[in-house]
Design a protein around this ligand. Structure first.
Ligand code: FES
Ligand code: FES
Length: 180
């Protein structure tokens, strides 16, 4: 894991750095970062949380989706300094007490992934979706995930997985309210 002093090093002096304090998966740390450092790079390069993926440079694919104060955001569209004081949840923070989150279980059980590249973002976006729609229709799932691109699955099994997770979460709602 690299320290904050390495973040976004090229091309500027220390006087341009901003101190940010961000809680990620329940752990609060402070680092000095360049103002232009994106949240996705902060998570991956500063904190070493590489479960959050980067699949494009146009804010289109959703692979970088995380929860910021309970709302799904594309972390490639947020500056680390904009997350100062925020609570972030990444895919690494979704399981609790050694138990996979119901969405993680359901994606596994229902083959909602193939290469898995889109999966962290899909699952984080689905946490928000199920918070907003605890009993979603297929159409609501497809609409809720339209900002997340999958090149492999054709989406059918993703929809199935999200529906199954919704059913499980309706029976144990604490799991979703804790994370969203
Ligand atoms: S990396 Fe593609 S939307 Fe963020
Ligand atoms: S499983 Fe490969 S991109 Fe979605």
């Amino acid at each position: 894991m690299r320290g904050g002093s390495d973040a976004g090093r090229e091309g500027s002096g220390d006087h341009l750095r901003h101190k940010v304090t961000i809680t990620v998966n329940g752990v609060t740390t402070t680092h000095e970062v360049e103002p232009r450092l994106l949240l996705v790079h902060y998570l991956r390069d500063v904190l070493g949380l590489t479960g959050t993926h980067i699949g494009c440079d146009t804010s289109q694919c959703g692979a970088c989706t995380v929860l910021m104060d309970g709302k799904a955001v594309k972390s490639c569209t947020v500056l680390a300094i904009q997350a100062d004081g925020a609570h972030i949840t990444t895919i690494e923070g979704l399981a609790s007490d050694g138990q996979l989150h119901p969405l993680q279980e359901a994606f596994w059980e229902h083959h909602g992934l193939q290469c898995g590249f889109c999966t962290p973002g899909m699952i984080m976006a689905s946490v928000q979706l199920l918070h907003d729609h605890p009993d979603p229709t297929d159409e609501e799932i497809r609409k809720g995930l339209e900002g997340n691109v999958c090149r492999c699955t054709g989406y059918h099994n993703i929809v199935k997985a999200v529906k199954e997770a919704a059913r499980v979460l309706r029976e144990q709602p604490a799991a979703v309210s804790e994370k969203a």
